[in-house]
Design a protein. Structure first.
Length: 258
């Protein structure tokens, strides 16, 4: 059976379990009493409703502010925003350079992205970030004109197991398919549905908004939809010369006669 030491070890766990259960029951009782009181005096709910609405508005405003920042395409602003949390994230020696490289890649700064990626520490966090690294390599290889390598990496990306959560599965699947569509767009080998995939990714994933829009514009031009292509890149930032997007934009507008 059990020795005395094992019995002593179980007692603190039992006491902690009883304490958690007591706290849960007490909280439920207090909440029930509050609801009972609020049934007769509904004004008691007003402060909580105000707080709830205020929190929802704040979250919406914060999200819209972040989306606007990402679509402005100012890499320095984005990295400065992210860097506030670099010291607090686990495995910062791997993840901080990886996030920095992602920001550069998302706006066509290929050389800067490669330099940042080279600074990332290899180890467990590097291995665990396989999906992130494959997606990043797809983007960079595409912009570097290495279409065959990009297609191979996209195939590996799509072959990875899907997350368990259904809502995450949908987001991940959409982004994976868009990555493959991006590769095909730059190879002028678009498949039916690629334009829709790229547009959806540009709206749902603000970080890669412009990368997906330029790929979608290529698909639209190849399909003879010149007005569609023009609308896709309308409002694009003025890209610096070190961004591959500068050449993409100039080439597309040249073809459109804009």
């Amino acid at each position: 059976m059990w020795d005395d030491r094992e019995i002593d070890d179980d007692r603190p766990r039992s006491r902690r379990g009883l304490l958690r259960a007591a706290i849960f029951v007490l909280s439920a009782a207090l909440f029930g009493a509050f609801l009972h009181a609020a049934w007769d005096r509904p004004y008691l709910l007003v402060p909580f409703a105000v707080i709830g609405v205020g929190f929802g508005v704040f979250r919406w405003w914060s999200h819209r502010r972040l989306v606007r920042m990402l679509r402005r395409g100012d890499v320095g602003e984005i990295i400065a925003h992210w860097s506030q949390s670099f010291d607090r994230i686990p495995h910062a020696e791997t993840m901080a350079p990886l996030m920095t490289a992602t920001a550069f890649a998302a706006y066509g700064r290929v050389d800067d992205a490669r330099r940042a990626l080279a600074c990332a520490a290899r180890g467990p966090a590097w291995d665990a970030a396989l999906e992130h690294r494959l997606f990043l390599d797809v983007i960079l290889s595409t912009f570097e004109g290495e279409g065959d390598h990009a297609a191979q990496q996209a195939s590996k990306l799509n072959a990875l197991p899907m997350p368990d959560r259904r809502d995450v599965q949908e987001r991940v699947g959409t982004l994976r398919q868009a990555a493959s569509a991006l590769v095909r767009a730059f190879q002028h080998r678009a498949q039916p549905g690629d334009l829709t995939r790229l547009e959806a990714a540009s709206e749902n994933s603000p970080l890669v908004h412009w990368a997906m829009r330029y790929a979608a514009a290529i698909v639209a031009i190849d399909a003879g939809e010149r007005d569609k292509a023009r609308a896709l890149i309308d409002g694009a930032p003025r890209w610096p010369t070190e961004s591959a997007f500068r050449n993409f934009h100039d080439e597309i507008t040249g073809l459109l006669g804009a």
